[in-house]
Design a protein around this ligand. Sequence first.
Ligand SMILES: *Cc1c(COP(=O)(O)O)cnc(C)c1O
Length: 379
Amino acid sequence: MKFNTKTIHGGQIPEKGYGAVMPPIYQTSTYSQSSPGKHQGYEYSRTHNPTRHALENSLASIENGQFGLAFGSGLAAIDAVLKLFKPGDEIISTNDLYGGSYRLFTKLFEKYGLKFHFTDMQDLNNVKSLINLKTQMIWVESPTNPMMSIVDIKELGKIAKANKILLSVDNTFATPFLQKPLDLGADIVMHSATKYLAGHSDVVLGALVTDNKKIADELYFIQNASGAICGPMDSFLALRGIKTLHVRMARHCENAKKIAFYLESHPRVEKVFWPGFKSHPNHTIAKSQMTDFGAMISFTSKGNNYKAAISIVENLKIFTLAESLGGVESLAGHPASMTHASIPKDQRELSGVVDSLIRLSVGIEDVEDLIEDLKQAIG
Ligand SMILES: *Cc1c(COP(=O)(O)O)cnc(C)c1O
């Protein structure tokens, strides 16, 4: 089955009761047994739920893995991965990481004895030099937030294999429509399905996919033992979103490309961060591991003026000023005062999050309207 067909049919089994074409929302916590231990495969909804099951099968199918797991949020999914490890274990990650992941790593799991190293993965020697006998996992995102850096997943996969450690990829920004980390050598793929997979800004949900039975069994154990599952209604919404992932992503990318080039030509715009530009430092890697360049764009305006950036995001009319990304509607954010406000100014500027940086999640509206909106807001 090819990808577009998989988004609709992948891993789905016909509903037997009434022939429902869409998987029903099984809003139930428990299931009847004819005799103790005799049931139809479902006992209790923390452990299994048919609607969540349908979503998990779909997730596995679109990421080319055998095993899918759904959680109450993206961070709950990452939390489950971290519980694979024990005190003393070490994890290597990027220094340009989603803030919530960074907070979970450093504020929670360091307390339980895990050790995290954050490094610039543009130079893979940095990763190699951090690997020791305690290293258990490399954790990456690509493209990164909000600077749109690309890491070489295939090369990292080789490093991970050679050292018998896991490679996990947060594939939230790219989605399997653009990039399939398991095919590139990753062991675990993670999603904030809140974003593009569900795609309509109406649900918070997380996902993991792996092709490794041993890891899958451990993760299923953690999912049931810790219990951070998603409910049947949210599972249904995410599954419904996935069915249109391919058509949404194609339009997201098409619109973003036009907007990236428009911004690049704007006299008041200083720099545009989008991996589709030939001038992007990782363009070649992006081209080799992604089928298109995604719909997340950051840009700075000339003069690096905090007030001017605030005024641009306030003046936008179709782009909504909001956290999050990946929905059908276009969103804009100002990282320095929103997502990255908790990081000291000198530190955040080191990673490129300057006062004038604005991040766009380009939606699937008519691109002429989006460009017109940017034009009137930037002035
Ligand atoms: C939003 C996000 C997360 C966290 O997911 P939640 O669903 O909000 O818990 C993790 N990684 C990336 C890249 C994200 O954008």
